[in-house]
Design a protein around this ligand. Sequence first.
Ligand SMILES: Cc1cc2nc3c(=O)[nH]c(=O)nc-3n(C[C@H](O)[C@H](O)[C@H](O)COP(=O)(O)O)c2cc1C
Length: 197
Amino acid sequence: MPHTLDAEARDLLFLKARTNTAWLDQPVSDDTLRELYNLMKWGPTSANTTPARILFLRTKEAKERLKPALAPGNVGKTMAAPVTAIVGYDSKFYEHVPRLFPQMPAMSEMFASNPQLSETTAFRNGSLQGGYFIIAARAVGLDCGPMSGFDNAKVDAEFFGGQSWKSNFLCNLGHGDPAKLFPRNPRFDFDEVCKLL
Ligand SMILES: Cc1cc2nc3c(=O)[nH]c(=O)nc-3n(C[C@H](O)[C@H](O)[C@H](O)COP(=O)(O)O)c2cc1C
């Protein structure tokens, strides 16, 4: 068993993986979405709270429900994508603590009685899971187009009305068209943003 990923895997997950906005005419199966979830779910979260919740929109009808909430610049790419995921989180994630973290079931009440702590925990860990989501999507051969340019309140009202689930970001999924990529922008070098103490 190798203990590190080889160059091909590093390319797939990071070095050659790009944010995509144009899509090839290739479908994404429900099995692939299940495969994606069954990888991402193993990424760590605090007290194993796993607050992320995901809606996979893969029909025209479902996409039409999303359309009015999208920033104008995100409409075309989203309507064209084979799948758009609403990556959200459950603000009442703590109800599941006794099952997911049986070592300390009392943490459920600790979160329930402290709305600020539970919101911070849900958003932090739900966002971490959103990162795992993107890497897992790449691992199963999909390209991603994450987006925050949309009206969260509209999405929540349309898809989660009356529930404790909230939207965090959107992520288009499919097979990106490599001919339509813009040149890649730079990243900081290690010494600019990391300190070794
Ligand atoms: C949370 C998040 C929100 C983003 N929102 C948008 C968006 O609303 N519209 C858009 O076109 N791109 C959006 N992007 C795409 C970023 O601009 C892109 O991922 C970044 O420039 C890196 O591009 P690269 O992966 O090709 O290097 C978003 C990315 C992330 C991670």
